[in-house]
Design a protein around this ligand. Structure first.
Ligand code: SF4
Length: 738
């Protein structure tokens, strides 16, 4: 820790003119059409800690691209101020609106501070305090009973991204589950579709350094809302414009970046593959492809030419709802302006046809020869693909006796808990252990999840900071620390940084970190392996013993002292080595064909759409998208009063024409329904945010804190995507009634 460290008040994140410009991106007032022309972020004023007190360094561990470096000031054992680290190029002194309320979260009156056992009905949320000893005894006895009856795979761990730390998310808790032999959870809810698809084109995912957005000549934002989910990237995109570059946004939603983009292409949801193929066809027909690059570094160009021929401007326009003029203009830009960076977001892949979409888009950079030719050229998808710390040695893989244990796709939790899933029909899940997540809020088809959690024969353990919707169903509720109370190590999936998290304060009450909790359960189960004695500090050091970290010359002490270090990574595909079967970029892919997709690419309608399910469309003619709001990361912190106030009542954006047809006016309470269920939302009538036929409602409020006890995931689809078993949060047909 740095005692009395004087922090420069650089406020280097944004200057005042930037702030006023960016603040236009926020939706703070719905009265004026001008002010509601985008969905964007509102920056919070940077607060610099005073010089008194002890300053320590943390890393925001949310499932957020930015992975901000935080400075916190502690006096008398209590955090008094937090701010973004002004010296880190991405954080640059500012946290986002989501996280400026961290203190209200850490010191919230509703923190779970002691182990508890349920004394009310499942879901009622009534608990009574017990000792750690009683909690651990109960867990061990009940778990052993389940295993005796059904075997270890009857136990399911469920976790997601309450923290993405290498120790407390990817690391030590899994040693317990591996030793036990529990069913594995397939982490598919976020970007599994893209992760499974991109390698079929390039061999591996290796995007550009996102700080290079500032230095490219054409930045394309495709299916991402940077101003809400990656707020610190906006400054790089603005710099691109200031440097004379062009910015294009492709999205069904008018995003924050769209307000200053040179072109905004408002596409019909789920039709992105058709647009990509139409652009490719135009580029080839107009001889704008980079033939020398194609000849040297790709295979399957002839097959590509044949596959895209049917995607004429007319057909592409008809499928995507975009004008021919816009398609043509953008295709010309992409074929001629170089260097360019094409950013593929997570949005469009969360569809039943997400793999087809990502595949089609990945064909664009090699077609125009932008891949691997310069640091400011190519594509960006999720992360550099370069993982430096390694949590592998913390997971106790060697303790796992059955490598073929059952795997449950997290998108199908409701089906798994209710025995609908084939793999759970004969071998039910009878013990569920949840950490780092509130699945009742974030999982699709909420009705099934609720039914599953309410099963009387299900023993549920939840390690949590608050009594979430899921915690209300727990038999045993364990008090978990926040990241201000435990040590960890992180790597961004946006920037090229590795970051340390120092505990700022002692754990509140009787809270324990995830690793301490599962180590304690392991010991109570009678497991004696040394890994269950490992401390958090030792675990961080183990993660930093990876080949990549050692090669970078990074030590624990260096990282702890500075808080973050930028990784030295070679520009993506500089060596033009593509780890595909052919060693080249594959426009034609046999491996893709084996995986069940078109070997080149094609447009496949989503499973819930006019083209994909005409009968369902007659009943439910509106497409519901459920992206993230600027105010929340998944469901985290929804119970913090400032966040809940910012969110207001859950809303649904509905186009003026759709509203008029249904007699709905702005502010009406409406019923949004499909065969999976219904929810009550407040209508926000718009002519700009979405197009006719598309609705938007933000995820994921806590169901128990909204009217009717149901939030938007009550009606989202729990089918999985065409590649990687990914989520399909945007593949929903619904109707809206007053
Ligand atoms: S949620 Fe993201 S932008 Fe906000 S403080 Fe955390 S890492 Fe930074």
């Amino acid at each position: 820790m740095i005692k009395g460290n004087k922090l420069a008040n650089k406020n280097s994140f944004l200057n005042s003119s930037d702030i006023s410009e960016i603040s236009l991106l926020g939706l703070t007032d719905y009265k004026s059409e001008e002010k509601e022309n985008s969905i964007g972020e509102t920056y919070h004023k940077t607060i610099t800690p005073r010089e008194k007190g002890t300053i320590s360094r943390q890393t925001c561990p949310r499932n957020c691209h930015d992975t901000c470096s935080i400075l916190s000031e502690v006096k008398d054992g209590r955090i008094t101020h937090i701010t973004g680290d002004p010296t880190n190029p991405i954080t640059a002194g500012g946290l986002c609106v989501k996280m400026n309320h961290y203190l209200s979260w850490v010191y919230h009156a509703d923190r779970v501070l002691y182990p508890m056992k349920r004394v009310g009905a499942k879901g009622e949320g009534k608990f009574e305090q017990i000792t750690w000893e009683e909690a651990l005894d109960t867990i061990a006895i009940k778990t052993k009973e389940s295993i005796d009856k059904y075997g270890p795979e009857t136990v399911l761990k469920y976790y997601f991204s309450g923290t993405l730390g290498f120790v407390h998310n990817k690391g030590l808790p899994h040693a317990f589950f591996n030793k036990l032999g529990a069913s594995e959870l397939d982490i598919t809810v976020c970007s599994a579709t893209g992760a499974a698809t991109v390698p079929h084109t390039y061999g591996v995912n290796k995007g550009v350094d996102p700080e290079e957005f500032a230095n490219t000549k054409l930045y394309i934002s495709w299916g991402v809302n940077e101003a809400t989910t990656n707020v610190h990237s906006v400054k790089f995109i603005k710099q691109c414009k200031e440097n004379g570059g062009k910015v294009v946004v492709i999205n069904p939603i008018r995003t924050g970046v769209a307000t200053f983009a040179d072109m905004f292409i408002q596409i019909k949801p789920g039709t992105d593959a058709a647009l990509a193929l139409g652009i490719i066809n135009y580029i080839i027909e107009n001889d704008l492809q980079d033939q020398a690059y194609i000849d040297a570094y790709t295979i399957g160009y002839n097959e590509l030419k044949i596959a895209v021929k049917e995607y004429t401007l007319e057909k592409t326009s008809e499928i995507t709802g975009i004008t021919i003029e816009q398609i043509e203009t953008f295709a010309k830009m992409y074929g001629t302006i170089k260097p360019s960076i094409l950013r593929m977001g997570n949005g469009m892949q969360r569809n039943s046809n997400g793999g087809s979409i990502i595949r089609a888009i990945t064909l664009l950079p090699p077609l125009v020869g932008t891949l691997g030719v310069a640091s400011n050229s190519g594509y960006f998808y999720g992360s550099s693909g370069y993982r430096a710390p390694d949590a592998g040695p913390l997971t106790g893989k060697e303790l796992l006796e059955n490598p073929n244990r059952r795997i449950i796709n997290m998108n199908e939790l409701g089906k798994a808990l209710t025995g609908v899933l084939d793999t759970t029909k004969e071998l039910p899940i009878t013990t569920l252990m949840v950490f780092n997540s509130n699945p009742m809020a974030i999982t699709q088809h909420g009705k099934l999840v609720r039914e599953g959690l309410a099963r009387q024969d299900l023993f549920t353990v939840v390690a949590e900071i608050f009594k979430t919707d899921t915690a209300d169903y727990a038999d045993i509720l364990l008090p978990a620390t926040t990241f201000f109370e435990c040590e960890d190590v992180h790597q961004d999936y946006f920037g090229w940084y590795v970051r340390h998290n120092t505990p700022a304060i002692e754990p509140l009450g009787e809270c324990k970190s995830n690793s301490e909790i599962f180590n304690a359960i392991a010991k109570k189960m009678g497991y004696t392996e040394p890994i269950f004695d490992m401390t958090d500090t030792e675990a961080v050091k183990v993660c930093l013993q990876s080949e990549a970290i050692l090669a970078q010359g990074i030590t624990y002490d260096m990282l702890k002292e500075k808080g973050w270090i930028k990784l030295n990574i070679e520009a993506s595909f500089k060596d033009k080595k593509f780890l595909t079967p052919s060693g080249k970029v594959e426009f034609y892919s046999e491996s893709l064909k084996s995986a069940g997709l078109h070997p080149v690419a094609e447009y496949v309608p989503t499973a819930e759409s006019n083209d994909g399910s005409p009968e369902l469309f007659k009943k439910y003619p509106l497409t519901l998208m459920t992206p993230h709001t600027k105010n929340l990361i998944n469901s985290q912190m929804y119970n913090v009063p400032q966040i809940k106030n910012l969110m207001g009542e859950p809303v649904v954006y509905i186009h003026t024409d759709d509203a008029r047809e249904r007699g709905i006016v702005d502010g009406d309470k409406v019923n949004v329904l499909n065969d999976r269920g219904n929810i009550i939302l407040v209508a926000k009538v718009t002519s700009t945010i979405t197009k006719k036929g598309t609705l938007l409602s933000f995820s994921c409020p806590w169901p128990k804190l909204v009217e009717g006890g149901k939030s938007v995931n009550e009606i989202t689809s729990d089918r999985v995507s065409d590649m990687g078993g990914g989520s399909t949060y945007h593949t929903n047909l619904v109707e809206v009634t007053k």
